[in-house]
Design a protein around this ligand. Structure first.
Ligand SMILES: Nc1ncnc2c1ncn2[C@@H]1O[C@H](COP(=O)(O)OP(=O)(O)OP(=O)(O)O)[C@@H](O)[C@H]1O
Length: 341
């Protein structure tokens, strides 16, 4: 069953048209021979994406179909909800009484997900927490389960693996959606802290949404200096990696999300992680040097001046000089020239 589903997921590709809201569209650009396809929704005629909130009352109503992916401390399943005849993604995070590193973020992730409601954020329909219980080995364990909007196209990481790199016209749409999502989150004092390709998911319409609030937090005061180990260090800003040198103690945490987004956008154009040389080992020391001390930003010669400036404004090492989300939303890169508005 799982194999059949996976096969269909890859074979039934749907060419993306340009819907009213910004989404990944297909430019007919000779430089970029690959069209971007997003796997179609499994075509049971009656299947649809549920739009009514609070419809999932019980986990036993969900039928597990396949594994969509694994993350830090958990697994994401594709599930089917019989009564609404809809597909969802079920994220199961293991909780262990001894594992404070998982429990605290998982609970916080649930709190954040309950608060957010935006077309630019992957929607959470329900959260179920199973308390600790003794198993046969005497260990205590439990889990927390998030019933999420199912994003048929997988993650931007999957898209990049398949298409290698994306044209500016597509990156522009992507950037606008991520910025709208960040603007919404920051407006609620939520900083994501882990913007990276595997946390940007694509639906069947080609719309990109922000997911995974596992290391996010609500800003209540100043930067909490001992938290710079949360998130994926490759996409972390200099002030999070080396707060002493880059003024991290007083940093505006929202600026860290802008940095991460800039890294992702450049990666989309180049087709590989942009801050270290191709083939270079991405260990902590190499990344740290590249992020905190690297002087030269590899920019493709063919990149438009608008794109180059956009990325440079995101990847400004000094967070005080870095562009804000608002500034970037008005940046010339996000203009009709790129079919972005
Ligand atoms: N709502 C969803 N719809 C479809 N696929 C999803 C959904 N959520 C997650 N996935 C898939 O499951 C994978 C694992 O997601 P998860 O959020 O657990 O971890 P991650 O972001 O990949 O890694 P990490 O936990 O290290 O940040 C994702 O990369 C994606 O491919």
């Amino acid at each position: 069953m799982t194999l059949v589903i996976r096969e269909r997921r890859h074979k039934q590709a749907l060419s993306l048209s340009l819907p009213k809201s910004p989404s990944i569209s297909i430019p007919s650009h000779s430089d970029f021979p690959h069209q971007i396809h997003v796997p179609a929704l499994l075509t049971s005629p009656s299947s649809h994406v549920d739009s009514s909130p609070g419809i999932i009352k019980d986990l036993s109503d969900l039928e597990k179909l396949s594994v969509l992916g694994h993350g830090n401390g958990g697994t994401v399943y594709k599930v089917y909800h019989n009564s609404s005849r809809s597909f969802y993604a079920l994220k199961v995070l293991r909780l262990n009484e001894n594992d404070l590193g998982i429990r605290k973020p998982a609970t916080l992730e649930a709190e954040i997900l309950k608060r957010v409601d935006s077309p630019y954020i992957v929607r959470c329909h329900a959260v179920f927490e199973n308390g600790y219980s003794n198993n046969n080995d005497g260990d205590k364990g439990g889990d927390i389960r998030f019933v999420m909007e199912y994003m048929e196209g997988g993650s931007l990481h999957d898209v990049l693996r398949e298409h290698h790199r994306l044209p500016e016209e597509v990156i522009c749409v992507l950037a606008r959606r991520v910025l709208e999502g960040l603007g919404y989150l920051h407006g609620m004092n939520i900083v994501h802290r882990d913007i990276k390709p595997s946390n940007l998911l694509v639906n069947e319409k080609g719309e990109v949404k922000i997911a995974d609030f596992g290391v996010s937090h609500v800003v209540e005061g100043r930067f909490e200096g001992n938290e710079y180990d949360a998130g994926t260090c490759a996409y972390m800003s200099p002030e999070r990696i080396d707060p002493e040198r880059w003024g991290g103690e007083n940093a505006d945490e929202f600026a860290g999300d802008v940095w991460s987004m800039g890294v992702v956008m450049l990666e989309c154009l180049l087709g590989y992680f942009p801050l270290i040389g191709a083939g270079q080992r991405a260990d902590w020391a190499t990344l740290m040097c590249a992020i905190c001390f690297g002087e030269k930003l590899e920019m493709p010669e063919k990149a438009s001046p608008e794109f180059q400036n956009f990325v440079r404004r995101c990847l400004e090492k000094n967070w005080r000089k870095r562009a804000t989300v608002l500034e970037l939303l008005h940046h010339p890169f996000l203009t009709p020239k790129f079919r972005c508005s």
